[in-house]
Design a protein. Structure first.
Length: 178
């Protein structure tokens, strides 16, 4: 990560050491696997994963554009990563826990299998901690129960013990009290 950041900062290159991007030509198969070439591709799991690398390289704006494209194409998990960028204030953006929690709520209510269960866990955690929403432990418990019913092991651990590590703070702490 540190090496990626150093390369991205050197010379203002936001493509982690790749050359200048070429214009996208839909009639030509890409022979370039750089992040710059991937941006113009239609949403796929590979394109969506590239947004993570784009954010690591320092281009949070493009990463968010890719995450938006991926979500519109049905890759619900993209919103979880996008929410994380909002929560920490990646790039030159200030932290925005309200917008982050709104995205997590969209995942939680998406009906997209495992992603929705993970979204419910994160939304329950936000309610429990009062992060981006008013603290509401009763509502948090309800969302933990929903996530556990959908098979999320961290939500089940929270209901059993009052603590889970499915989400860690910058200090390495989980959610709840042991």
């Amino acid at each position: 990560l540190a090496l990626s950041a150093a390369v991205a900062q050197a010379g203002g290159n936001l493509y982690c050491g790749g050359g200048a991007p070429e214009p996208f030509d839909p009639n030509r198969l890409p022979d370039d696997l750089s992040l710059a070439a991937i941006i113009e591709q239609p949403a796929s799991i590979g394109v969506c994963l590239s947004a993570y690398e784009m954010a690591k390289c320092g281009d949070v704006q493009t990463a968010n554009q890719i995450y938006d494209k991926c979500f519109r194409a049905g890759y619900t998990g993209a919103l979880i990563r996008q929410a994380h960028l909002l929560e920490i204030g990646a790039g030159s953006n200030p932290p925005d826990p309200v917008a982050a929690t709104e995205l997590i709520h969209r995942v939680a209510t998406s009906g997209q299998g495992g992603w929705a269960a993970l979204g419910k866990l994160h939304y329950a955690s936000a309610l429990y901690l009062g992060r981006g929403v008013p603290q509401d432990r009763a509502a948090a418990r309800h969302w933990f129960e929903l996530a556990a019913q959908e098979g999320d092991p961290d939500a089940a651990a929270f209901l059993r013990t009052g603590y889970h590590t499915g989400e860690l703070s910058a200090q390495g702490w989980g959610v709840g009290q042991r």
